[in-house]
Design a protein around this ligand. Structure first.
Ligand code: FEO
Ligand code: CA
Ligand code: CA
Ligand code: CA
Length: 637
């Protein structure tokens, strides 16, 4: 099922480079016409059902069909505007190097520009819903597209440029005559990269396993990497998860048991260790312990150092999301996106402090996440669950079992969770918390190894073998968010009812989807779901009718799921934030044009996608997208 992108390309482009609208009705009609007849038949009944939403549905937009076009498509009446793609200067005064469409920017220039592969994003208001800061994660790089000649002649300069394209960006944006634009220069504009000094706080700060030759105190790490999802705290900071950091390290040929448990081996995906010995764990084994943390950033204070919050545990953190107990303590939920890994919950010891005395709320809570109790989830077959404390000296978490102190428990949170008997999940990704109802939602994106020979079989919480489609689990704590017991069930099993294999059909009520990843609960209680089907599966086999990655809205009252947005070829939809009035939804398109080998061809960079610029000399770029209703109303209503 393919569509020639030239069939649907049109001239609806803004004069400014990097901005391309794809929301006019004529264009959507072309997209619909180009969609395969088989898929249209399969989705016809669902689309009809969506049009006849039950009275009281909170979804006020018309569903869009699946799409295989190299375009970002939104419903009638909406405008989608790409903003801040990879390579745009972030807006540091006097240092705004223009993006070179041949990928010819230097490492120093890249460190002043938007990084690659946008992921989580959060909106921090400066002037309500008209002007604010966006904190954006840059998860990883496609080195085939990042450099003029791709991975050829791999060099220290290429490592430096890749490191500069990782991390986070803080940019200022404003609504001007109905369109969002970057405010440049801005005193808030900054890049955080793989070399930015980050403070270490919590039980692992200064720990012997955190000390290196370059940092004998074990309290300052250069950089944050693999920044995947993010959450906003009630005190105005951003929590960013370090997810697939293990793949940046070169390990020994025969890793020890602890190294193996974290996937360290003699294979490295990013080749950084060839020119930056810090990432050679054979020479600097403790550097490996200094990643895998939740990083807290205060976007309002561009001089502040990011802080690695070790009390939240080390993991392949997708992200971190905060609930507040009735007495004002913070509860941070976090999943670990790896097959058969865990879901965590941290309960702060102290209450959230208000702003005052000349301090912002962020400044008043600089140690809040350093003291408290970390737990890991066990989901039992009877629909109840238990939060198991990771407390040094309790149960099996003793020196005799390899945990000398509280620091070693958080550094080896996986091993500790193994001993506690936590439930091995199908790749936990984003969480969304309904502070009012108490429900917590978590996407489990997929796990094709579930039930495979030698692998764990199905369990009540992860009920499908070869779970290619993923599901969303939810739970409600027994009393308040700090409770140690809960009740859980499944919100939805993703899939396509037209599939033959029972495990790939799912039970979606409405528009079918697969591989849920991003989640956002909006102020009205609508749960927004984003998908991440990988480039080797998209539009093939059991995914053949689902189209490109997309964003859907779930009315939690009726259970109806309705497709809101479809993305460009081989991109993933991730990150979601709304302005306080709901009139703008910001999302990210990550890795448009990603190849099945995960590295673009520098000789043919536009082969898979040319979104969002569609320039004859361009290349696909991850970008933020601002989505508004033409009439200025709240998105989704
Ligand atoms: Fe970075 Fe699990 O997605
Ligand atoms: Ca994700
Ligand atoms: Ca992806
Ligand atoms: Ca994913």
């Amino acid at each position: 099922m393919t569509t020639d992108p030239h069939d649907i390309e049109d001239s609806n482009r803004s004069a400014s480079p990097g901005v391309h609208e794809v929301s006019d009705p004529a264009r959507r009609q072309v997209l619909r016409g180009g969609f395969g007849a088989a898929a249209a038949a399969a989705f016809g009944p669902l689309a009809a059902a969506a049009d006849e939403a039950p009275a009281g549905s909170r979804l006020g937009f018309k569903a869009i069909p699946p799409s295989v076009a190299d375009a970002l498509v939104v419903p009638e009446g909406y405008v989608a505007q790409p903003l801040a793609p990879w390579g745009e200067p972030v807006g540091v005064a006097g240092a705004m190097p223009a993006f070179r469409f041949d990928a010819g920017n230097s490492a120093a220039e890249q460190a002043l520009q938007m990084g690659m592969h946008h992921d989580g994003l959060q909106y921090f208001p400066l002037d309500g819903s008209r002007r604010g800061l966006l904190a954006i994660n840059h998860e990883y790089t496609d080195d085939g597209l990042l450099h003029l000649d791709g991975l050829a002649s791999w060099s220290a300069d290429k490592v430096r440029k890749a490191q500069a394209a990782h991390g986070m960006a803080v940019i200022e944006v404003e609504l001007h005559e109905g369109r969002w634009r970057m405010v440049r220069p801005s005193r808030f504009a900054r890049r955080i990269t793989a070399t930015t000094p980050c403070a270490v706080q919590g039980p692992a700060a200064g720990h012997r396993l955190m000390r290196t030759a370059a940092d004998p105190d074990g309290r300052t790490v250069l950089g944050t990497i693999a920044n995947c999802a993010s959450g906003m705290t009630p005190w105005g900071t951003c929590l960013s998860g370090e997810e697939n950091w293990a793949g940046y390290f070169q390990g020994p040929g025969e890793p020890d048991a602890d190294q193996r448990r974290w996937g360290l081996g003699n294979d490295t995906w990013y080749r950084w260790s060839r020119h930056d010995e810090r990432f050679d764990a054979r020479r600097h084994p403790n550097e490996f312990h200094r990643f895998g943390w939740v990083v807290e950033v205060d976007p309002m204070d561009p001089a502040s150092a990011p802080v690695k919050r070790t009390a939240l545990g080390r993991a392949a953190h997708e992200g971190a999301w905060v609930a507040v107990t009735k007495d004002g303590r913070a509860v941070v939920y976090s999943g670990e996106d790896a097959a058969f890994e865990y879901i965590y919950k941290f309960v702060s010891r102290d209450r959230i402090a208000p702003a005052g005395g000349g301090r912002t709320a962020a400044q008043a809570n600089r140690t809040l996440l350093d003291h408290g109790t970390l737990h890991v989830a066990r989901f039992d077959a009877d629909g109840t669950g238990r939060w198991l404390p990771l407390v040094h000296g309790q149960g099996p978490l003793t020196a005799a079992n390899g945990f000398a102190d509280a620091g070693e428990v958080v550094i080896k949170a996986r091993q500790a969770s193994d001993l506690l008997g936590a439930t091995r999940m199908d790749r936990p990704e984003w969480l969304a918390i309904d502070q009012r109802s108490g429900w917590v939602y978590c996407t489990l994106t997929n796990n094709r190894d579930r039930g495979a020979p030698g692998q764990p079989g199905v369990d009540a919480a992860n009920p499908r073998a070869r779970n290619d489609m993923g599901h969303i689990i939810r739970w409600k704590e027994a009393s308040d968010f700090d409770a140690t017991t809960m009740r859980w069930d499944h919100l939805v099993l993703a899939g396509d009812p037209a599939n033959e294999r029972a495990e790939a059909r799912g039970n979606v009520q409405g528009d079918a989807f697969g591989c849920p990843d991003g989640l956002m609960l909006d102020a009205r209680g609508v749960l927004w779901i984003q998908t991440d089907i990988g480039p080797t599966s998209l539009n093939q086999g059991e995914f053949g009718r689902l189209g490109n990655n997309q964003m859907l809205a779930c009315d939690l009252r009726s259970g109806e799921v309705r497709r809101f947005l479809t993305g460009p070829t081989h991109g993933e939809i991730t990150g979601a934030a709304m302005t306080p009035d709901g009139s703008t939804l910001f999302i990210n398109v990550q890795h448009p044009g990603e190849t099945p080998r995960y590295r673009g061809d520098p000789a043919a960079p536009r082969k898979v996608s040319n979104w969002p610029d569609f320039r004859p000399d361009g290349r696909p770029r991850s970008a933020t997208v601002a989505i508004r209703r033409r009439d200025g109303g709240a998105v989704g209503t």
